[in-house]
Design a binder for this molecule. Structure first.
Ligand code: NAD
Length: 251
């Protein structure tokens, strides 16, 4: 589907980003894996190359402008162009009520989850306009509905929904589509670390019970939605945030 094209995935060192890097390569794209962690990202690159694809790693912190500029510059230097970007890098932050939420953690979460998506789009867009490509930003069901304990996460993911709409409007007549995805709980190191995956605990059982399909999601199920949103099959879809949520948002 993407033969001869180039896809950039931020936060590609694990979880949903890794699965999406592999999925882009399986569809024929050359892939740039951007992340802070070199060892884990190297594993993603190996997974792509072992499957016959082409990929390289760029070390970048998406909250730092110079890193993001270098990430995009190295992509274009190496592969000559940029067709698709999945701005996925993110962190969870603390799980405490608002009055107890540490200010420095709030700043960190917003600077990675929200400003990181802004900086990524800012520096990717000139190249994606040139190829009439597509962008997918990472939001969350936490970007579409409220929830307790995690004010910075909810704020940042709601912000991504708004930025996606704003940028989609700005670039719609330039042939660039910009959408977001909003997963519910997906089995990744992030949700493992938050204690969401162990159904024998109260928190894990509660998380599972929220999903009408009776299970949590797999990273590959988000990856396939990103692939669809980037593909010509989604050629009339822009500015939307697509829930991938096992029915969580139905009620
Ligand atoms: N797993 C879920 O249930 C779930 C649900 C909704 C949304 N999300 C979002 O999906 C995205 C990926 O999360 P995941 O679950 O795959 O977790 P993960 O921890 O496996 O992946 C997060 C990735 O982001 C990278 N990253 C973190 N901070 C970064 C920074 N400053 N600069 C560059 N890279 C950075 C990490 O190195 C890693 O590659 C996040 O934005 C997360 O909020 C996850």
């Amino acid at each position: 589907m993407f033969e001869g094209e180039v896809a950039l995935v931020t936060g590609g060192s694990s979880g949903i980003g890794r699965a999406t890097a592999v999925a882009f390569a399986a569809e024929g794209a050359k892939v740039v894996v951007a992340s802070r962690r070199s060892e884990e990202s190297g594993e993603t690159v190996r997974m792509v190359t072992d499957a016959g694809g082409e990929a390289f790693f760029v070390q970048a912190d998406v909250s730092i402008s110079a890193d993001v500029q270098r990430m995009v510059a190295q992509t274009v230097e190496r592969f000559g162009k940029l067709n698709y970007a999945f701005n996925n890098a993110g962190v969870g932050g603390n799980m405490v009520p608002t009055a107890e939420y540490p200010e420095d953690v709030f700043d960190k979460v917003v600077s990675i989850n929200l400003k990181g998506v802004f900086l990524s789009m800012k520096y990717e867009l000139p190249y994606i306009v040139a190829t009439k490509g597509a962008i997918v930003n990472m939001s969350s069901v936490a970007g579409l509905v409220g929830g307790r304990v995690g004010v910075a996460y909810y704020a940042s993911k709601h912000g991504v929904v708004g930025m996606t709409k704003a940028a989609a409007l700005e670039y719609a007549d330039k042939g660039v589509r910009i959408n977001a995805v909003a997963p519910a709980v997906i089995k990744t190191p992030l949700t493992e670390g938050a204690g969401f995956l162990n159904k024998d605990t109260q928190l894990g059982a509660m998380m599972l019970a929220r999903h009408p399909v009776g299970r949590l999601g797999e990273p590959e199920e988000v990856a396939q939605a990103v692939i669809w949103l980037c593909s010509k099959r989604a050629s009339f879809t822009t500015g939307h945030t697509l829930p991938i949520d096992g029915g969580v948002l139905i009620p």
